[in-house]
Design a protein around this ligand. Structure first.
Ligand code: RBF
Length: 354
């Protein structure tokens, strides 16, 4: 009897195990089929460039970073829209984009953009926005990431301070550095100007700054006029934050044997020996990372982040042969110490919330 009973019992157990395994595998398939259409759903990104791409590395990187992220997802696509230099038209142009209802996310970059977008979020409550190089918290449709620009400006200010007091061929006896900007805005006034000042004053508190405003992001002629007038008054090194108009500062310094400090990307090869220092923002990497998070539904909308040199998003170009060639060894040695301190977080330069 026992033997007879054992056979059907083993059969029953086997049957149970087989059906359980079948159930589990069906469940897995069900879950997988739930994920497949989601992954295959189109994910459309619009990149709104507030200005023009050419001549502005920070915008070039916005586009290349977005292309990189979208390129990794067969279902994702990217449309790039240049907003042009008339800032009064940006809101209207973004409104038209949001009104299509086509884009899962609209990305853009500069510190003014969250404020251009705020009203638009009210009219289009389903539209999501990611603003790079900017700070705004508490709007559930918007995620922002700000660079610690105090750090970028400090790198260049420190180098400027060292150069103006150096015996490099273009340096004179005046302890004067310059800064040319396209326009004034809170991020510039609260981070870049103070960071630059802290930098050159850390070299020597007696150094003064000649500060000029162009009035737009494209007028290279006016930028050259301003740079020439600064050089006339004893400036030997000029930091420039002026997009396409940077070219005017570069040309003036080239003609007069003076030095340029450049923000956002390594452009040393654009004017070797003239552009002697470059700050770096890893905007391409940041845009690509954040956009991939967006595609995966992981972006914390409503949150504002600040990224720093210690985290690897802000830096100074010290490994390019052109830097080594055009900046004297004593200046580079002094610069090395400060660069290491900022990279490691030993020298903390806090970025204010904007
Ligand atoms: N930076 C550029 O390189 N090109 C531009 O056309 C440009 N336009 C800007 C417009 C506004 C209203 C603001 C607030 C900033 C702009 N920036 C531009 C500056 C950019 O966001 C960043 O602050 C600087 O490039 C320094 O990293």
């Amino acid at each position: 009897m026992q033997v007879n009973l054992k056979v059907p019992a083993i059969g029953m157990i086997t049957l149970c195990l087989v059906s359980m395994a079948l159930l589990v595998s069906c469940k897995k398939e069900e879950e997988a089929s739930k994920e497949t259409p989601k992954e295959a759903e189109a994910y459309k990104v619009a990149a709104f460039v507030p200005g023009v791409v050419a001549g502005s590395p920070i915008y070039e990187q916005l586009v290349s970073g977005a292309e990189k992220a979208v390129g990794e997802y067969p279902n994702a696509s990217l449309k790039v829209i240049e907003g042009g230099f008339n800032q009064a038209e940006w809101g209207e142009k973004i409104t038209s984009l949001a009104a299509t209802g086509e884009y899962n996310v609209i990305i853009t970059s500069n510190p003014a953009m969250p404020f251009v977008i705020l009203d638009i979020t009210k009219s289009f409550p389903d539209q999501k926005f990611i603003c790079f190089d900017s700070f705004y918290k508490g709007n559930s449709q918007m995620h922002t990431v700000l660079y610690n620009q105090v750090e970028q400006a400090y790198f260049l200010g420190y180098l400027g301070g060292l150069i103006t007091g150096s015996s490099m061929p273009g340096a004179n006896s005046d302890m004067k550095v310059g800064m040319v900007v396209a326009q004034q805005y809170p991020a510039l006034d609260k981070m870049m100007v103070p960071g630059y000042k802290q930098g050159f004053q850390a070299v020597d508190p007696a150094i003064t700054m000649d500060f000029r405003v162009i009035g737009n992001w494209y007028d290279a002629n006016k930028a050259a006029d301003l740079a020439n007038s600064m050089i006339d008054s004893g400036v030997d090194v000029i930091a420039t934050i002026a997009g396409g108009a940077n070219q005017g500062v570069i040309n003036a310094c080239k003609e007069r044997g003076k030095y340029v400090l450049y923000f956002d990307s390594n452009e040393l090869s654009m004017a070797p020996g003239v552009i002697v220092g470059c700050g770096l923002l890893y905007q391409e990497r940041l845009v690509s990372e954040v956009l991939k998070e967006a595609i995966q539904g992981k972006v914390p909308y409503g949150v504002a982040r600040i990224v720093t040199a210690e985290q690897g998003y802000v830096d100074f170009v010290d490994d390019d042969p052109l830097y080594i060639k055009s900046v004297s060894a004593d200046v580079r040695e002094a610069m090395d110490i400060v660069v290491k301190k900022i990279r490691s977080g030993e020298l903390k330069l806090a970025a204010p919330e904007l």
